[in-house]
Write a protein that binds this ligand. Sequence first.
Ligand code: RB5
Length: 164
Amino acid sequence: MTEGTHSMVKTQKTDGMTTIVFGADHGGFELKSVLIEHAKDLGYSVIDSGIFTPEAVDYPDMAEAAIRVMLSGRAEKAVLICGTGIGISISANKIPGVRCALCTNATCARLSREHNDANALALGGRIVGAELAKDILRAFLKAEFLGGRHARRVGKIMALENFE
Ligand code: RB5
């Protein structure tokens, strides 16, 4: 992606806290701010990988920026928001190592962690309201991967990265 306002990273990190990176396009700009404040209220450190103004940008660039932060080890999980959540989740899932779950309810968010070991959550800023999005975020951040039979299946997901 091009350098500029889109590629800046704003970090509000406190040692010892789990860090979440938030990225959005213009369709997720407002919800990103709401969820960043909510995550901070819940005690998480946050990294904001943009966008920082409501100007139109391309969601693959915003997915890439946030996922780069996560895969560098600076954040444990990523929250990605575009208008529907579809484009940004498709984009993120093209990057090796990413398991991004597009969720419209808290049950799916919880199960995406428990069964799929999702490391990224995608939301639609034009689809879910702020309170529902907060519920979804809390469910995603609170749940843990259950392992066991799910680990075998997640292993098979990751093996698909070698598809030819
Ligand atoms: C941008 O208008 C919109 O297409 C984008 O935010 C997203 O919804 C795409 O999947």
